[in-house]
Design a protein around this ligand. Sequence first.
Ligand SMILES: NC(=O)c1ccc[n+]([C@@H]2O[C@H](COP(=O)([O-])OP(=O)(O)OC[C@H]3O[C@@H](n4cnc5c(N)ncnc54)[C@H](O)[C@@H]3O)[C@@H](O)[C@H]2O)c1
Length: 309
Amino acid sequence: MTGPGPVAEERAERIEVDGSTAVVTGAASGIGRAISGDLLARGATVVLADVESDALERTVGELAADHGADHVLGVRTDVTDETSVHDLAERTYTGFGSCDLLFLNAGVTSGGGGLPWQQEPNDWRWCFGVNVFGVAIGVSEFVPRMLAAGTPAQVVVTSSKDGGIAPVATASVYAASKAAITCFTEALQLNLRTADGDVGASVFYPSGGLIDSGLYTAARNRPDHLQRRGAGTGRSGWTFDQLVEQVTRARGTPPPIADLGQLARTAVDGASERRFVIGTELDQSAELLHRRADAIGRGELPPAHQLGI
Ligand SMILES: NC(=O)c1ccc[n+]([C@@H]2O[C@H](COP(=O)([O-])OP(=O)(O)OC[C@H]3O[C@@H](n4cnc5c(N)ncnc54)[C@H](O)[C@@H]3O)[C@@H](O)[C@H]2O)c1
């Protein structure tokens, strides 16, 4: 039986990071690794989940050396596979008894780049498998346990302004996946507000400049059965350096590069403060959304998101 749940004022205003247990998917590299390091520095115990075994082992070893092995656990996890995510949840609850902060952060590009009609079904399957089903499975495995625990807990979904706010024209599949999880996270929070328990959801928009992470080599984790089949359809994605070059040419000046440590602090602060939208330069996103709404109101194509501009 689910009742109407605690009224808003009975819900905790914040979640203390110190002493909490956090789970981070896509934690072996980039943003997830930075979030894990920030959580550990603030006194959390962190379960790092990632599909890339070697990178995960390396990251766990380095973070354990810095913060103590008792507070770091690595669990090789494929977020597209419900058995694997079920095992992650079991190991988290068996080992530490709770999950107070859940960062559903694992993500990939579609690998296809290029024009929407050059995307292959396998580009969609891989990208939506990780970015959309990965979030859906994480929510299905963890949220019922988090609600049942009755303690304050927060789920943070890493979306992207590319798709979550407006598409970058050359990233159609990726943008569509991020639009999907932004919408899903909003629906999740609408329902959590009235559910029994004290779980909240947040959507995180990494920003602060171009982000030098492993996203540009995401294909390193693309499974064999989801490889592109056709030759010469679309192009492979940009490397980070190519992207910087491209954006510099469009802007006439080099773009800012995001500070991963600052990005992680923003994510963890936002989770702890239980903000629904976590990010920086949100005023710029709002301005773009106003222009998009006006265009839609006129029945016209809304303006797109421009990377690094
Ligand atoms: N880099 C950017 O510019 C940017 C901007 C906005 C949003 N994001 C989002 O941030 C998140 C983190 O990306 P990043 O930029 O740190 O890239 P990254 O490649 O450095 O990190 C992503 C991690 O996800 C892992 N992963 C991939 N497939 C997985 C699977 N099936 N199961 C479990 N783990 C898997 C990878 O091994 C990797 O460690 C992603 O959701 C990405 O879409 C990135």
